[in-house]
Design a protein around this ligand. Structure first.
Ligand code: ADP
Ligand code: MG
Ligand code: MG
Length: 898
């Protein structure tokens, strides 16, 4: 099998399709070389050799490779007209790692390999540039020592021995920049660096270029099994046998003086997607100097340079003198670079992120890849490329990362302001968006300031109103499906949950992070897309749902064959969902309607009532309120279907747990405080998630089901009078036995008939069930005899299949994820292997009875792209998700269909 692939001189053994064998970097270097882009010659050792290396070890692999590597070095030598290790006309090389996908934790690149005390003189003679030669030598020892000899600092507190030496010398010489070192300084550095290597490793720095080369190659292979790399690839599910390739390439020098430089550029704007060529460069610099921020980089284009000067508040004259663009400084190089960027973008049919180096007036391209971009840029670029006929409609859709659409739907921080932000802690990015406000610790204080951040250890249904009023929600406990997270996502409100570093003291009203105390009224900002908690105010900007966004969505609908509905509890949420293109409501949680101040009282009276009569009385009070809720939602939906779930949560969630509120309730109801307390204690459950909830409520208190059905049917009839069609689909939660459903169905149908009779009018409605208890899956064929539709409640189904309480799972989830025991949080990403089997089985069994049974999903998974794709594969009719995830699900649904 071929172990080494050469490239250079406008030809190559490999090409861009060979990423698995040559790694991303190597495959693209080959491709560029083959299409005539000036790439320094070199070769790639395949990923298969890496796998061999892990089996055979160092000595054997060197023996195996020696002939090929020597031949390939010869090839570079003849193209470059210089010799590796030669002390008169030396060839220097770089050794670069490169897996299939770019991976943090892999070995860093070693530049200027091949230098030693003799060769450095050859480099001086050859280039007539003493400074350059010694600068390259000290860089080489520094990089080789760091990445090959293991002298890089392992933690934040570790010192980098080389940096320390340099700092020391700068101090002694009273200078600030690396570029201010004299030749003598650089020679001293080389000497001191070698000394440090000897001290630290016990060996002399290897002087033999071949020993250097093998050391670097095997270090790249070793890095594939380094701790960081292993951690990263298990997290992403990349198998160990992928391995990494090694790229060995002739050096080109950007640090040879003022006619040289190095930079990075993008074929389009990675932040906005605008079709403008842009990038940064530095004169007389090498490698990562541009990104490392050693000096302020300069802009590639004149336009970019002027924009940058505006932002930095620099006068035009100063800009031209100190920070001229490449376009102004080296116009012919700029023109050439522009041609290559255009060629590469057309060739790869996507926005490219490129690295280049200019050596004394000659331009070299060192890397190209599809560029990373923001959500906004992603959409604009895909649609623009489609319009430019570079890609097809299908390709445009597949180019979109559905989750990134989220960034477009919420207010965002001004990227300029974000650059200066002070991040104090990080939590889970539970609900995206950007929020800035003053800290409050209690829900009923959410109105205290104009903009508040409700900061809680955790939230409960009692906090709902406060959550609604706050600009953002921050909790110290709870996962991605915690109460705070789910409710916030539904509201489209920014939320960070489970920020464990926060110590919240309700009594003192303080928030402590890392020893620093924050008080009520202090300003904080939340970045719900990253989970970053930022000190102080950060300016936000409203998202613009640009023309391209709409165009993309229309395109998605053209290809999708599975509908997307939304989970919405209020007319406002319903309208938001329709705005985002929902084709109906897949879940309306009626209990959320009971938490408003005047309703919770009636609800509590109902719960506290000891007799059926007392309960009915309280329910009568609730009826008109529910009816008007449903009218609002039906009206918003204008004839689209609305799935309404009957009361689901355990009753104890509705009763007051604080003494003051208990007293109030006792007075309101003219009963004793003791009676209230007794009832509250009575409702206490050891395991409420598996307790008295779901249809178990409706079956023990049938009058609740009656009231809710009446409210739904009456609302629909009222709308009919106004000429608006309402399509209610009444859904029974938490069914586990056929009888549980049949009982409820009977009550619903009887109540509906009664209302029809009273009004001498009639509407169409459906009665279906949630499938969220494993037993319901097993009996799905029997349940389907009675149910008009199924909706998989995958939150509960996941909880019960794993036996994880979703309210407590956060205690072990992070450890499970870290250790790789779980690949993903099953409450976020549908577990296709396990829970997915149940979804599939339930659908099949249901349809074995009723072939055209309507099936959907209404768990949090309905808005998660990989889960949406899975739902499509099981033949679901629709997925339902929070309003703000509707566009994501629409796109995922289209991708699943392509
Ligand atoms: P990464 O994968 O971290 O981007 P690279 O292998 O691309 O690492 O290299 C790091 C830096 O070194 C880049 O700026 C790259 O352009 C530069 N570089 C790599 N090889 C050479 C070379 N042969 N000549 C000049 N610069 C090089
Ligand atoms: Mg690179
Ligand atoms: Mg449920």
């Amino acid at each position: 099998k071929r172990k080494v692939y050469q490239f250079g001189n406008k030809s190559a053994d490999g090409n861009s399709k060979m990423k698995n064998l040559l790694g991303g970097k190597g495959a693209n270097l080959a491709e560029m070389s083959a299409i005539g882009i000036p790439v320094p010659p070199g070769f790639t050792i395949t990923t298969e050799v890496c796998t061999e290396y892990n089996k055979l070890g160092k000595e054997a692999i060197i023996e195996l490779l020696t002939e090929d590597v020597e031949k390939s070095i010869n090839n570079i030598e003849s193209i470059m007209g210089s010799q590796f290790g030669d002390s008169e006309n030396p060839l220097l090389i770089s050794v670069r790692s490169g897996a299939r996908v770019s991976m943090p934790g892999m070995m860093d690149t070693v530049l200027n390999l091949g230098l030693n005390d003799e060769v450095v003189h050859g480099l001086v003679a050859k280039t007539n540039n003493e400074r350059f030669a010694w600068d390259s030598y000290r860089r080489f020892i520094q990089m080789y020592g760091g990445v090959v000899l293991g002298m890089k600092p392992k933690s934040k507190d570790d010192i980098d021995p080389f940096e320390e030496i340099m700092e020391h010398l700068k101090e002694k010489r009273g200078i600030e920049l690396d570029t201010e070192f004299t030749v003598q300084d650089l020679q001293d550095l080389v000497y001191d660096f070698k000394d440090a290597v000897k001290k630290r490793t016990g060996h002399d720095f290897p002087a033999d270029p071949w020993e250097q080369l093998w050391g670097a190659i095997t270090a790249v292979f070793d890095s594939w099994n380094g701790n960081r790399a292993i951690y990263y690839r298990t997290m992403n599910g990349y198998p160990a046998d992928w391995g990494t390739a090694v790229n060995v390439q002739a050096m080109v020098y950007g640090n040879m003086g003022d006619g040289s430089g190095t930079g990075v550029c993008f074929t389009r704007d990675a932040a906005t997607g605008e079709n403008v060529f842009n990038g940064e460069y530095l004169i007389n610099a090498q490698g990562e100097d541009v990104v490392a921020g050693v000096r302020t980089p300069q802009q590639i284009t004149k336009l970019g340079s002027q924009r940058w000067a505006d932002l930095a508040q620099i006068e035009e004259a100063e800009r031209v003198a100190n920070y001229p663009s490449l376009e102004e400084l080296m116009p012919s190089i700029y023109e050439e670079l522009k041609i290559y960027q255009d060629t590469l973008e057309k060739h790869y049919r996507d926005m490219q992120d490129m690295e280049f180096t200019i050596q004394e007036g000659k331009l070299w391209i060192l890397q190209t890849r599809n560029g990373k971009r923001t959500g906004a840029a992603m959409v604009k670029i895909a649609i623009d490329l489609l319009k430019e006929r570079l890609i097809t409609e299908e390709e445009a859709l597949l180019q979109i990362e559905p989750n990134k659409l989220d960034e477009l739907l919420h207010p965002v921080f001004d990227p300029r302001a974000l650059k200066m932000a002070n991040v104090i802690a990080q939590g889970l990015p539970a609900s995206p968006g950007a929020a800035t406000g003053q800290i409050v610790f209690f829900a009923d204080e959410a109105k205290m300031y104009k903009n508040t951040i409700l900061t809680r250890i955790e939230t409960s249904p009692e906090d709902l109103e406060g959550m609604n009023l706050a600009k953002g929600i921050l909790t110290a406990r709870g996962g991605m499906t915690s109460h705070a997270a789910v409710v916030a996502r539904g509201m489209g409100k920014c939320c960070i949950s489970g920020a464990g570093a926060l110590k919240i003291d309700y009594k003192k009203r303080t928030l402590t992070v890392d020893g620093k105390e924050y008080h009520q009224g202090d300003w904080v900002s939340l970045n719900g897309s990253t989970g970053n908690i930022i000190e102080g105010k950060v300016a936000t900007v409203e998202p613009i749902l640009s023309g391209e966004f709409a165009e993309l969505m229309t395109l998605a609908d053209k290809y999708a064959d599975m509908e997307v509905r939304a989970n919405a509890d209020t007319p406002k949420e319903a309208r938001a969902a329709l705005n985002f293109g929902a084709k109906g409501i897949g879940l309306t949680r009626t209990e959320h309607m009971f938490f408003e101040i005047d309703r919770i009282r009636a609800m509590r009276e109902m719960i506290l009532a000891d007799t059926v009569k007392g309960r009915k009385h309280a329910l009568e009070e609730l009826l008109p309120m529910q009816r008007s809720d449903f009218e609002g939602i039906f009206e918003a939906l204008q004839g689209l279907p609305v799935t309404i779930r009957l009361l689901d949560p355990p009753l104890h969630e509705f009763v007051p747990h604080q003494l003051a509120t208990q007293k109030e309730l006792a007075e309101d109801m003219h009963i004793s405080l003791a009676a209230v307390k007794n009832k509250v204690a009575e409702l206490e459950e050891f395991n409420p998630m598996l307790g008295h909830r779901g249809c178990r409520l409706g079956n023990t208190y049938p009058e609740i089901t009656e009231m809710q059905t009446r409210a739904i049917i009456e609302a629909a009839l009222n709308l009919k009078e106004k000429g608006i069609v309402a399509k209610p689909e009444i859904m029974v939660p938490l069914v586990g036995t056929v009888n549980e459903f049949v009982e409820q169905e009977n009550i619903i149908r009887k109540t509906a008939e009664k209302v029809f009779e009273e009004r001498s009018e009639h509407i169409d409605y459906l009665v279906g069930t949630m499938i969220e208890v494993p037993r319901a899956v097993l009996l799905a064929d029997a349940i389907a005899e009675y149910a008009d539709f199924f909706s998989f409640g995958t939150n509960d189904l996941t909880q019960m299949t794993y036996g994880y309480s979703r309210d407590d799972a956060s205690k072990f989830m992070s450890i499970y994820l870290e250790k790789g025991i779980l690949k993903a949080d099953p409450f976020e990403v549908l577990d296709q292997d396990g829970v997915g089997q149940l979804v599939k089985m339930g659908t099949e069994r249901g349809r074995s009875t009723k072939p055209d049974l309507k099936v959907g999903i209404c768990g949090e998974h309905g808005g998660e792209p990989s889960s949406v794709e899975f739902c499509h594969s099981t033949g679901m009719n629709y997925v339902s998700c929070s309003p703000f995830r509707v566009p994501i699900a629409r796109l995922a649904s289209a991708q699943a269909a392509i």
